[in-house]
Write a protein that binds this ligand. Structure first.
Ligand code: HMG
Ligand code: MG
Length: 297
């Protein structure tokens, strides 16, 4: 049966924008974040502290954090792959950080320049420093249903990496279908296996919609009791290290489905659509949300 309530983790300002080639200034990012929070988003990924040579679009993340008009009860999180990133996130006042690993060796190498085992070694001091600073740490596992470099990924590896991150102290593990290749039966198997290692209430799903399967996969995850969903307003996004990967599932589409299922989420769909329209106008592109397009005629 479905959960009664779902928490949306809005990743548009990070996953959504990180792959954009055109410069996006800090004011635009702040305006997006503020509109999303005004729409009822309580958990937002606002940036990432990675090497700006690797991901130029996230270079201004410290300025984004410093410019936030923070609202009580809202989590503003950042990706931090190592201590350098963590220290910068802490200095900028991130209320939560995320470490990001993968179930694929080759993706780990391309994305964060080290093996899976080495990534865990790099994450340990981040975890310790975060615990000292009282900052919750979220853990990502990328490539759960397939890798852009090596294809099939073993479900056991997904469960193993998820378990390692959870065991280290991550309060929640987000399962990433980075290239959106999963289908509901596969996703069910992955969650069923991972759930043996990490309690279902500690699992989140992070689906890219490359093959149009994201909403169906979320529905499958909801049926298994998953109650945390990552999504991106207007379906913005793509990973620079996963060629051809399109955006995350659109938050508007998730909210519309949750409304139909009678699942509580706390988000105002009209305001959310407005936030998506603003950023799309700014980027000069049409929305990746079917719901946004339908509602605007
Ligand atoms: P590295 O080269 O192994 O790091 O990169 P290093 O420690 O050897 O340092 C080399 C240089 O990087 C040095 O600079 C460091 O100062 C600098 P230099 O002396 O050459 O001028 N450096 C940093 N600079 C800023 N912030 C830092 C940092 N660390 C080192 N934190 C590193 C390792 C992870 C930094 C690099 O590989 C990198 O930045 N990768 C980008 C990863 C990324 O952002 N990927 C996209 C996000 S993940 C994603 O989208 C998937 C997800 O959505 C889930 C899903 O969909 O599955 C989360
Ligand atoms: Mg992603």
């Amino acid at each position: 049966s479905y959960p009664q309530k779902v928490r949306i983790v809005e990743v548009g300002a990070r996953d959504g924008l990180q792959n954009e080639k055109q410069p996006i200034n800090v004011a635009t990012k702040l305006s997006l974040i503020h509109q999303l929070v005004d729409a009822g988003i309580v958990h937002i990924e606002a940036g990432s502290f990675v090497n700006p040579k690797w991901v130029p679009q996230m270079a201004g993340s410290a300025d984004v954090f410093n410019g936030l008009q923070r609202q009580r009860g809202v989590t503003y999180s950042a990706l931090t792959p190592n201590m350098k990133g963590f220290e910068a996130a802490l200095a900028a006042g991130a209320s939560e950080v995320a470490i990001f690993g993968a179930a694929s060796e080759s993706f780990s190498q391309k994305n964060i320049n080290c093996s899976i085992a080495e990534s865990i070694v790099r994450f340990k001091p981040v975890m310790e420093a975060a615990q000292k600073a009282n900052i919750p740490v979220r853990g990502y596992v990328s490539c759960i249903a397939g890798c852009p470099y090596e294809g099939d990924i073993s479900i056991d590896k997904v469960a193993e990496v998820a378990h390692t991150l959870f065991d280290m102290g991550c309060y929640e593990i987000s399962l990433g279908d980075t290239i959106g290749v999963g289908t509901p039966a596969v996703i069910r198997r992955i969650i069923a296996a991972t759930q043996q290692q990490v309690p279902i209430e500690k699992l989140a799903v992070h689906f890219h919609d490359t093959y149009g399967q994201a909403l169906a996969n979320i529905y499958a995850a909801l049926e298994l009791g998953v109650s945390v969903i990552d999504s991106s307003v207007a379906g913005l996004g793509g990973c620079p290290y996963a060629q051809g990967a399109s955006g995350n599932v659109a938050t508007e589409d998730v909210v519309y489905m949750l409304n139909g299922l009678g699942i509580d989420h706390g988000i105002d769909l009209d305001k959310l659509i407005q936030a998506g329209t603003s950023i799309c106008q700014h980027l000069g592109r049409s929305s990746g949300s079917k719901v946004a397009i339908a509602c605007q005629g």
